[in-house]
Design a protein around this ligand. Structure first.
Ligand code: FAD
Length: 281
């Protein structure tokens, strides 16, 4: 095991599906649910994309077999979006068929802005056939208000996050204050007209604003959920779950962990200091 693998273990359950199932069992025991993610992105050959989708079929079977409370999250570039929309549509449809058979749900993660429009168009198409699919909107993007209005109109469930990708100013707000203000506005739209909003953030101010919107529109605690990332603010995750709110943990596993890990490091400079301190120790 490399030194980086040891550090990455803070954010990733391990390199095997078993490690993820064991982590989900622990989360479930603490009244939290999960969304299982096999790490990987930007697959450029069909064989690999098919293998990745096959692995998701196994993951859905393992969730059912072990009776754990978890759905799955996928990235479309992992499923062949860089090859073609048609290929990606068919490949992911196999996962959606399986999820329907085992009564589970698939969340399509949102990647960098060059993929936003194509991701949404595919999600709209899948949703016409599969009600068990939802997607993600990033508050950092200027277009997101319009996208949320359309997703609400189509009754597609949305996970709202701030956005993990570095984006140009033409498409994205650059200041944290602007992203936060947009997050609060978009969360309010989801609570007003959306289906089962998923509020994905570790930011207490966003959580408080979401709770205010939930109250304003009379949403009960089983009509929305909070989501956080595996390994980030564990005590906060438990506290929110103990207060009786739904808390789902994004739980990644796999060997292709570097891009995900790098995004987590970039989000918080203390994480980089942590690495250097331990390297020099
Ligand atoms: C469940 C879930 C799913 C997500 N899915 C997507 C997706 O599909 N597409 C996408 O672009 N992004 C996704 N993200 C990432 C998201 O866009 C943000 O990059 C990330 O959540 C950090 O933003 P924040 O809302 O926590 O707020 P921030 O303002 O970044 O952070 C608020 C506080 O949370 C803590 N914190 C945040 N990040 C870290 C970290 N890495 N390490 C340690 N502490 C931290 C710190 O205390 C920080 O002060 C997802 C996030 C979550 C929680």
């Amino acid at each position: 095991m490399s030194i980086l693998t040891i550090f990455a273990k803070r954010f990733i359950t391990g390199e095997t599906l078993d490690s993820a199932i064991e982590a989900i069992k622990r989360l479930n025991a603490q009244k939290m649910t999960a969304t299982l993610d096999m790490l990987g992105e930007n697959v450029t050959n069909k064989e690999m994309a098919i293998k990745t989708a096959d692995c998701y079929l196994e993951m859905l079977d393992a969730i059912a077999k072990h009776g754990v409370n978890s759905n799955v999250s996928i990235k479309l570039t992992q499923m062949g979006l860089d090859i073609s929309d048609e290929f990606c549509y068919d490949n992911v449809s196999r996962i959606l068929d399986k999820a329907a058979a085992v009564k589970n749900f698939v969340r399509v993660d949102m990647e960098g802005s060059p993929y936003t429009e194509r991701t949404l168009q595919l999600v709209y198409k899948w949703h016409e056939k599969y009600p068990n699919v939802g997607t993600v909107i990033q508050a950092a993007l200027r277009r997101s208000e319009k996208d949320i209005a359309e997703l609400n109109r189509r009754k597609i469930t949305v996970r709202l996050c701030k956005g993990a990708y570095k984006e140009p100013k033409e498409v994205a707000f650059q200041l944290k204050t602007e992203v936060n203000a947009n997050y609060i506005k978009l969360a309010d739209m989801l609570f007003k007209d959306g289906v089962y909003p998923a509020i994905a953030t570790h930011d207490i101010k966003m959580i408080e604003a979401a709770l205010e919107s939930a109250k304003k529109y009379g949403r009960t605690r089983d009509d929305f959920e909070f989501q956080m990332l595996y390994g980030i603010n564990r005590s906060g995750q438990r506290k929110i779950a103990e207060q009786g709110y739904r808390m789902r943990i994004y739980t990644p596993w796999g060997t292709h962990w570097f891009p995900y890990y790098y995004r987590r490091l970039r989000e918080r400079k203390e994480n980089i200091f942590f690495i250097f301190r331990h390297l020099f120790d």
